[in-house]
Design a protein around this ligand. Structure first.
Ligand code: ADP
Ligand code: MG
Length: 260
């Protein structure tokens, strides 16, 4: 199951704090008349590494997209780092500047170089001087181990490299929380490992992370909590060893039997 995780994980900085990073209470969302998220209650503490799994269509993407207001919820409350998400644009922008997001399809700008992809938001949104933005971008490109690609275009890189650029690009905004939506699902098997390695390093540095992924090896190695969703609800959650050894609901058992 965990053949792609072949390293020892350094847990010395993986501490879960008492401080709350994300608080979701009784949150509901509809797409038109379709009730996609039902009474979601969820507290994420700083330093948590949460893996969210569940069948296709269960609402995983919608849930994490609500956390940075790429989707709007209709009832209940979402508070990110003390800021409540309402229609107030000022709050939405504040939350977005603290929350990085990495998608299944890397969503890089094809006509910009790797470096320009990484400096665009810092320069235009944060008003960082170009030279400083370049330095920060090179720092994170080194971190994801592709500094030599800085002056190429996304189309010249492999999928795994592009996804690592997408992660570096997020990190350039110095986020306090990272959201990942199936970051390895569009990758060839040999590239999955390099992206998971990057995510593991982030976890080792203490980043608060919510990852929608079916990489259960990653969940076992890195997550402190696994959340299982089905039909718009959180069905069960547990620490990984217990979650895999002792799934409680039949829906979780069925799901695990299909993916493991
Ligand atoms: P998951 O990520 O778990 O596969 P999603 O959050 O993408 O699930 O989708 C949950 C449900 O909501 C699915 O039935 C999907 O078809 C539906 N859905 C997703 N996005 C939209 C949308 N923009 N408009 C209407 N229905 C949507
Ligand atoms: Mg999805």
């Amino acid at each position: 199951m965990s053949e792609v995780i072949d390293r020892r994980i350094d847990r010395s900085h993986m501490q879960v704090s008492d401080e709350v990073a994300i608080q979701i209470s009784r949150m509901n969302k509809w797409y038109g008349s379709f009730h996609v998220l039902r009474d979601i209650d969820m507290t994420v503490h700083k330093g948590e590494r949460i893996v969210i799994c569940g069948p296709s269509g269960s609402g995983k993407s919608t849930l994490i997209r609500c956390i940075n207001r790429l989707e709007e919820h209709q009832s209940g409350k979402i508070v990110v780092d003390g800021i409540e998400l309402t229609s107030d644009l000022k709050n939405i922008n504040k939350v977005r500047s603290e929350v990085g997001m990495v998608f299944q399809h890397f969503n890089l700008f094809p006509h910009l170089t790797i470096l320009e992809n990484c400096t665009l938001a810092p320069i235009w949104v944060r008003k960082t001087p170009k030279r400083e933005a370049d330095e920060v971008a090179m720092h994170f490109l080194k971190k994801v181990k592709i500094p030599e690609q800085a002056h190429k275009y996304p189309g010249q890189l492999s999928g795994g490299q592009q996804q690592r650029v997408a992660i570096a690009r997020s990190l350039c905004m110095k986020p306090r929380i990272m959201l990942f939506d199936e970051p390895t699902s569009a990758l060839d098997p040999e590239m999955i490992k390099e992206v998971l390695d990057t995510m593991i390093e982030l976890a080792e540095e203490g980043m608060t992370m919510l990852c929608v992924t079916h990489e259960m090896g990653f969940a076992q190695a890195v997550a402190n909590r696994v959340i299982f969703m089905d039909q718009g609800q959180i069905v069960e959650q547990n620490e990984p060893a217990e979650f895999f050894r002792n799934p409680r609901s039949d829906r979780t058992k069925l799901f695990l039997s299909q993916i493991l």
